[in-house]
Write a protein that binds this ligand. Sequence first.
Ligand SMILES: [Ca+2]
Ligand SMILES: [Ca+2]
Length: 213
Amino acid sequence: MLCVLLLTAVIVLCITFTQERQQFISKNENLTDEREQLRLKITNLTSEREQSYRQMSVNGDNKLTAELVLLTAGWTYYQYSFYYMSKEQKNWTESRRYCKERGADLIIINNKEEQDFVHNTSGNATFYIGLTDIDVEGTWKWVDNSTLTSRFWASNGQITEPNGGKGNPEEDCAVTVAVPPPKWANLVGWLDVSCDQNYQWICEKRISQFILP
Ligand SMILES: [Ca+2]
Ligand SMILES: [Ca+2]
């Protein structure tokens, strides 16, 4: 009697085990199928993206190409932005035009880190930055219309910038200076100058501008 009971138990266990094994195998097959489908979907998406990149190349407005052009044409990357420090000199409006034609704008200096970066890479040059009070005298605004969050106006004890009001000429555009020339003795930081003067300039393009139009 005991033997019969044991045998029955063994048979029941065997059947249950086989069923579960079968279920496990078919579940595994389903997962493999799903994975295969996902892989196909990814392949399709990748080739779609490649196609659209190729199409954009044909149209001449490929963002990736633009990015590569920037990288290879002397732009520097720092903290989520690309920077171009010009060698030649232009007035403020022409400097800004140069940046805008390349999908950038004159630099907006948001904080001390960015000012330090500019300061440390400026050498002896005087660079236009994207700061002006041309609309309302005394109200300095960045080229994206934002107001100043940090200020790095130069001061040497005698002169405190910005000092050019409605004089002749007016000083409505800002430059940044790391090593001041003799005429600006010890004035390190930002100075307001006449927008008609020719200086070097810095363009900035934030990395987010590559992703968002
Ligand atoms: Ca900036
Ligand atoms: Ca000034």
